[in-house]
Design a protein. Structure first.
Length: 455
């Protein structure tokens, strides 16, 4: 699996938890084999009422129970329960059993269940991992349902929709929510220093300038007590992919067959992050908070550049914080987005019911419940531009970030590629300045290209 980030640590809940939501029901009644049949006449006859805001389609099939598997923490579990409760009220003939687990056990168990032909009917899918699963012929192609109902994919965030489509145009899932990267700042620390809050005029130079002013040794013991900036270095999503793009670089060539991380733009972006830690010394050595966790959340850093999932945890920590756009680089302002989707197992016995549920997850009704969790952004454009953007201070900053966002890379071999690359960066670039970013990338470039070529 790729490196642990704040988002994956948030998902630690221990053992698998099962819920049965809605009225009690017996075993699922078989539907036509999804690999041989398209949507049933009942599902096909009920198109979404509004092209701007897809609504759940009335299910006309037999009473059935489907399983929905996700990763998450107790808060997300509670939120998902509310969603499936609402779904069952709208579709009483479909009962949804939700299973939730930690991030790594989730994928381990899913692999085992897929191998045994007993996977959940619907399961959550991380965008970057989608191509690997789509290539295994284990996902149900939803295109026939979408076409039969004229389902308005345009009502959902465009980049998120594309992340769950194959190169030949098959839509194998729908996005459920997404996250973007932004700048979080501690208002009390800025006020105490008499420094104006960050805004959309900030660039790399301003970040360094203010970061130095807010990096303090308060008790004069030679050790930093307050860091100007905190971020995580163990996954490209947290910050460094945005720096690569902001410096005019990229991660893969346009055809996806080779890496271009060795370009000056890309290595320059990586080098900037190393310099924030070891040259400018406004970001702590990653080892300092490897065990204790997020320095910003603990009140030990004035700013953090990281994902929108921080809103809920920072609120829970009692912080007085604001959110600003990610500072722009030499090539402009670019951030990263990463969607989570819902896909249907190709071997499900209830494909029609599974489709109705997947569609519901992207509906305004479900999206507003996802919005309330504050752990991610809704993908439904109506909810994103409307109630979400005014739901809390900084929400509009996050919603507006989609206009200058790049999708987190998604390709076959993602895990192997990122594991090889991140190990080199962690050991020799971020955790210790043993190598320049250019030297580190040069060492692993051939291996990375070999991984890409083998897919």
């Amino acid at each position: 699996m790729f490196a642990t980030s704040t988002r994956t640590r948030i998902a630690a809940v221990g053992a698998m938890v099962s819920l049965l939501v809605g009225a009690c029901g017996g075993a699922a009644s078989p539907s036509p084999n999804p690999s041989a049949a398209g949507p049933s006449s009942e599902a096909s006859a009920n198109a979404s009422a509004s092209p701007a805001a897809p609504s759940p389609t009335a299910y006309g099939g037999p009473a059935t129970t489907i399983e929905y598997s996700i990763w998450g923490d107790p808060t997300e579990l509670k939120n998902q329960q509310a969603i499936v409760n609402s779904f069952h009220a709208a579709e009483p003939r479909i009962t949804v059993k939700v299973t939730v687990s930690d991030w790594e056990p989730y994928w381990d168990k899913l692999q085992t269940l897929l191998a045994g032909g007993a996977a959940p009917d619907v399961f959550a899918m991380d965008g970057p991992l989608f191509p690997d699963y789509a290539g295994r012929d284990v996902l149900l192609d939803l295109s026939s349902y979408i076409q039969a109902e004229s389902y308005p994919l345009s009502s959902l965030a465009d980049l998120a929709v594309k992340d769950f489509a194959t190169s030949d145009g098959r839509q194998m899932g729908l996005p459920r929510d997404l996250n973007v990267i932004a700048l979080f700042y501690n208002k009390k620390m800025f006020d105490a220093a008499g420094i104006p809050y960050p805004d959309d005029s900030w660039d790399w130079n301003k970040l360094i300038e203010v970061g130095k002013k807010l990096t303090l040794d308060k008790n004069k013991d030679g050790k930093t007590d307050q860091w100007g900036l905190y971020t995580e270095t163990t996954d490209m999503e947290n910050y460094w992919s945005s720096l690569v793009w902001q410096n005019g670089g990229d991660i893969l060539a346009p055809d996806g067959k080779t890496t271009v991380l060795d370009s000056p733009g890309a290595t320059g972006g990586l080098q900037f992050l190393q310099d924030l830690i070891w040259k400018h010394k406004i970001v702590p050595d990653p080892a300092l908070f490897a065990e204790t966790g997020d320095a910003f959340e603990q009140g030990k850093a004035a700013m953090e550049i990281n994902g929108s999932w921080l809103v809920a945890t920072d609120e829970a920590a009692g912080l007085s914080f604001g959110i600003a756009p990610i500072p722009a680089g030499p090539a402009g302002r670019v951030t990263s987005i990463n969607p989570t989707g819902a896909v249907v197992y190709k071997g499900t016995k209830s494909p029609d019911a599974a489709w109705v549920f997947v569609k519901y997850l992207a509906s305004p009704a479900a999206q507003q419940k996802i919005m309330a969790l504050k752990a991610s952004l809704p993908v439904n454009k109506e909810v994103l531009a409307g109630p979400y953007s005014t739901s809390f201070d900084g929400a509009k900053v996050l919603a507006d970030a989609l206009a200058y966002a790049h999708i987190k890379p998604s390709f076959k071999g993602y895990n192997e590629f990122t594991t090889e690359l991140q190990a080199e960066l962690d050991e020799h670039v971020f955790n210790a300045p043993d190598e320049s970013a250019a030297e580190a990338v040069a060492k692993v470039k051939d291996k990375l290209n070999s991984i890409l070529a083998s897919q």
